[in-house]
Design a protein around this ligand. Structure first.
Ligand code: GRG
Length: 294
């Protein structure tokens, strides 16, 4: 796999996000510190890398997708901050470091998430103002991101997750929850990358198809790692799913079948790339994610 390219995409996203989070007045420096803490806290940047790769695979310049890629990562980061709160998953650690509310307090962690969610949409408009894509493409990106991330997407998935706590979810409900909670934001990254390149509807549909298959494979891999993973590599304690009596793919199918499912879904994601002339890096990235250890 082309790690140099991936690391370059990660670097482009990191620089752009940090630059976008400068406190405009000293009175707000504490607010921006709380947002920056989680943005700089060691995420893998899977979603920004996917956005830039889809832009490139659609014939665009991946650098033109950077604001959209970062918008998705801001939404992802806000969701993790809110997910860790005591009223949700109540996690003291994220990526091996104290979670946002443990450092800044609960109220400030809520605000840091709110700040990142709204900043995501200003990044989209900034990209159009800088001439990286047209205003029409910015409108399409706002429409896609708000739909994938909102109540009918990621937020809805979290709702199903919280409503089903302590219950054994049937297969259909687990699939719906993960499609929304994990798949929808991955879909936003892939689709926004296509939007930056002005891709046609066929490519956008194929990107979404890739993303939902990859997203479920990603979630199953997450469930596997919660059982078999290394605490140090993952930056969190393993076994939390069974401790919290969460319904997961591993509890439903067992480890061996889950490994098979990851491979099958990854193959389906790769098949969707036939729509792109230049999908080789995406294929390698999907295979790499299917074997990830963190
Ligand atoms: C609070 C609205 C709201 C939503 C929360 C993201 C989420 C929904 C919950 C977090 C818990 C979880 C396991 C979600 C599934 C998606 C997932 C596997 C997130 C982790 O993504 P990575 O591995 O994270 O890309 P890094 O740390 O690399 O950024």
């Amino acid at each position: 796999m082309n790690f140099d390219k991936i690391n370059n995409y990660r670097k482009l996203a990191d620089e752009y996000m940090i630059n976008a989070l400068k406190a405009p007045i000293p009175a707000l420096s504490g607010m921006y510190d709380a947002m920056l803490y989680s943005v700089k806290n060691g995420g893998k940047r899977v979603r920004p890398v996917l956005a830039m790769m889809f832009c490139e695979a659609s014939g665009g310049n991946p650098e033109s997708a950077v604001p959209l890629a970062c918008a998705v990562e801001f939404v992802h980061t806000y969701s993790l901050i809110h997910d860790d709160l005591p009223c949700m998953d109540n996690d003291d650690y994220r990526r091996g470091k104290l979670s946002n509310h443990k450092v800044f307090g609960e109220a400030n962690a809520v605000l840091a998430g709110d700040g990142l969610l709204t900043a995501a949409f200003s990044l989209i408009s900034d990209g159009a103002e800088k001439g990286l894509y047209s205003s029409g493409r910015a409108v399409a990106a706002v429409k896609a991101l708000s739909s994938y991330a909102g109540a009918s997407g990621m937020v809805g998935g979290q709702f199903i997750d919280l409503a089903g706590e302590g219950e054994k979810l049937p297969k259909e409900k687990l699939e719906l929850m993960d499609r929304l909670k994990t798949g929808a934001l991955i879909a936003s990254a892939c689709v926004l990358g296509c939007i930056a390149a002005n891709a046609d509807d066929k490519k956008i549909k194929a990107a979404e198809d890739f993303a939902y298959n990859l997203g479920i494979a990603f979630q199953i891999r997450d469930d596997i790692l919660d059982v078999t993973g290394n605490t140090k590599t993952l930056g969190k304690l393993t076994g939390s799913d069974s401790e919290n009596e969460k319904s997961t793919y591993v509890s439903l199918y067992g480890l061996e079948k889950c490994e098979e499912l990851v491979n099958k879904l990854t193959d389906r994601a790769i098949a969707a790339l036939a729509e792109f002339e230049n999908g080789g890096d995406l294929k390698d990235f999907a295979l790499y994610l299917s074997k990830r250890e963190k």
